[in-house]
Design a protein around this ligand. Structure first.
Ligand code: SAH
Length: 375
């Protein structure tokens, strides 16, 4: 590490921090202090790392090294308690990150059905943080607002972890004391930024202290990465955005289906090495009269045969520029019943933060939302 001027501590692992400490002539134990400060204390500047000698803090800053904590630019608070954050990075690019507290053991989180703990006293029993993996998205799903942005760039591992640190700090919570779930379901396709995504996962588990079993990554279906992901020693649970019941429909809704069709996708899901009591989650956005009919449900039953699956149905969250309708509650319930009657564990996801554009498929940087909504 000769030129340190671009280096941010956030995103570096133990080995890299050790090398950094040694390269500025400091003993290796400084790495432990830096890990603590960055990932546990979640400091945003060197001045706040009280375990380091003042002189060293100054020296690091002089070299142009930064902590790299992203900045919360805006907060939008929903009537349901959801908070949508606009989080900005050093180059001025920004993404959205969502905080979803749940007080009542309700239905929507991945860990639904867990018992409550002490944090219930504050009005929520657990919370889910939804983080982004890219600025924008390249996948172009026809029902998703983020797709309208195109992809601007990948996030670094530090920027992915940084979203979690910024939100934990803002909410004054920690995974050591509170039930925190994490979903990689914000802006972007995590499996198109695989290396940074998986490095972020390791840091979140090993240094921030989040449980693997409380993390879920969702992919639109980048098939070769699904297999690679299955071989990781440390990995979240897997969710696949299915969203259609046959190839014609899926190619229309999700053009990436041309490259990886349902046959290859379902084969990867079938071969995915599940852990004890684990299931593959399939997400299915219901679009009125497009993919929400009885025959679609029956086709889904066929696709999922032989897979230890869980299905999350999501009625379309509407948005400007999205040419689909949200189905009525009764059609959602009818779809769910067909799956359940076939023995498939199926839930309906309650939308969170729709009023502030925080719900699934609604993440699109705020500035652009304002433009899209302008008359
Ligand atoms: N790119 C990854 C991660 C994003 S997850 C993926 O596609 O899986 C976002 C989830 O929201 C996906 O399951 C997607 O299908 C769903 N979604 C997208 N647009 C939506 C909308 N308008 N209403 C409801 N869900 C939507």
């Amino acid at each position: 590490m000769s030129d340190l001027s671009q280096v941010a501590l956030l995103g570096l692992d133990r080995a890299e921090l050790t090398a950094l400490a040694e390269s500025v002539g400091e003993p290796a134990y400084r790495a432990q202090q830096l890990l603590q400060a960055v990932y546990r204390q979640r400091v945003d500047s060197f001045e706040k790392i009280s375990t380091l000698p003042q002189q060293l803090r100054a020296r690091l800053a002089e070299k142009g090294i930064t902590v790299g904590m992203p900045r919360i630019e805006q907060r939008f608070v929903s009537v349901d308690g959801t908070v949508r954050y606009l989080i900005a990075f050093a180059d001025g690019q920004s993404v959205e990150t969502v905080w979803m507290p749940e007080g009542d053991g309700g239905e929507s989180g991945e860990g639904a059905g867990d018992s409550e703990d002490a944090s219930a006293a504050r009005g929520w029993g657990r919370a889910t943080i939804c983080i982004s993996s890219q600025v924008g998205c390249a996948v172009d799903c026809q029902f998703c607002l983020t797709a309208l942005l195109g992809v601007k760039r990948n996030l670094s591992a530090g920027e992915i972890v940084g979203q979690v640190c910024a939100v934990l700090k803002d909410q004054k919570v920690s995974p050591q004391h509170d039930r925190i779930n994490l979903v990689f379901m914000g802006m972007g396709e995590p499996f198109l930024n695989y290396d940074n995504f998986i490095k972020a996962v390791r840091l979140l588990v090993q240094e921030v202290g989040l449980a693997e079993s409380r993390m879920t990554v969702s992919t639109a279906g980048i098939v070769p990465r699904i297999s690679e992901f299955g071989r990781e020693a440390i990995r979240p649970r897997l969710a696949i955005s299915l969203n259609a019941s046959n190839d014609d429909l899926r190619t229309r809704l999700m053009p990436l289906n041309k490259k990886w069709n349902l046959e290859t996708l379902m084969a990867a899901a079938r071969e995915f090495p599940l852990r004890n009591r684990e299931r593959v989650t399939f997400e299915y956005v219901l679009l009125q009269n497009v993919n929400d009919l009885r025959e679609n449900a029956e086709e889904v039953v066929g696709l999922l045969r032989g897979i230890r699956a869980r299905v999350n149905l999501i009625a379309l969250n509407p948005g400007p520029g999205i040419d689909f309708e949200t189905p009525a509650d009764e059609s959602v319930a009818a779809f769910q019943k067909i799956l359940r009657d076939a023995g498939i564990l199926t839930f309906v996801r309650r939308p969170r933060g729709r009023d502030i554009y925080a719900a699934c498929g609604q993440l699109k940087r705020t500035v652009e939302i304002a433009t899209a909504l302008a008359p």
